[in-house]
Design a protein around this ligand. Structure first.
Ligand code: ATP
Length: 221
């Protein structure tokens, strides 16, 4: 099984305030890791650190066993990242947004985009400008990337935001399907996920006052 990411003895501070320390986990093919923790515990900060956007940290981050930032081209070539904002341009149509979002990877056909939009419940919305769609529909346009891009590692920050119950169930099914096909997923959400064998990493366990953090850490599943 490919070991994609490993996080060893990670410590992150923001504005001189310790968020967590002694954090350890690995992301292997087939894994779904749910980052949990109270508001402000550092879930997004951890994701930003993995993406290289917060370079001040202590600890070791590896991609396929080698230092992550030496391997960042391979990492980014294998990564689908969806941030907690949907990253949708309101002046563009659903189809134009998806063309723009997948352009760094490859050119997709209109048919593939239509299929992906149909998967997220937006059949017939291809040529609708996103400013005239709801928040949940905008999120669904972004989520259509999960049906378009063939990338093994997904990092999804609050992907369920604004999504209705049926959409949540469908997204959970897509995540489980990806993992079953040897993909790997890290996501943040406050939802209780209906996905078998999801591993939970609770950042509260690694917060400064926590005994796990002081004792060297562990992660639950
Ligand atoms: N833009 C920022 N500049 C400085 N500090 C920030 C910024 N955003 C967040 N922080 C600090 O970093 C800490 C961690 O924030 P982060 O967004 O990583 O938490 P989170 O676990 O993702 O929270 P939530 O569950 O509310 O999304 C917060 O307690 C906050 O004090």
């Amino acid at each position: 099984m490919t070991e994609y990411l490993s996080v060893k003895n990670l410590l992150i501070e923001r504005d001189d305030r310790l968020l967590f320390k002694n954090l350890d986990f690995t992301l292997t093919a087939g894994d779904v890791i749910q980052l949990v923790g109270r508001n402000g515990s550092g879930k997004t900060s951890l994701i930003r650190t993995l993406l290289g956007l917060m370079p001040d940290f202590d600890g070791e981050l590896c991609w396929k066993g080698k230092p992550l930032f030496q391997e960042k081209d391979d990492f980014f070539n294998n990564l689908l990242y969806l941030g907690h904002k949907a990253s949708i341009k309101s002046a563009l149509t659903a189809k134009e947004n998806l063309e723009w979002l997948v352009a760094p990877y490859y050119k997709v056909t209109d048919e593939k985009i239509e299929q992906a939009l149909s998967e997220v419940g937006l059949r017939g919305y291809e040529d609708v400008e996103c400013h005239s769609m709801s928040a949940g529909q905008n999120r669904r346009v972004a989520l259509a990337q999960l049906y378009l891009l063939d990338l093994p590692v997904w990092i999804l920050d609050e992907p369920f935001t604004a999504i209705d119950l049926a959409g949540v169930a469908q997204l959970e099914a897509r995540i489980a399907e990806h993992a079953a096909q040897d993909g790997a997923v890290i996501l943040t959400t406050h939802h209780v996920l209906e996905i078998d064998s999801v591993k939970r990493v609770n950042l509260d366990d690694f917060a400064p006052s926590s005994s796990a953090s002081n004792a060297g850490g562990s992660h639950g599943s």
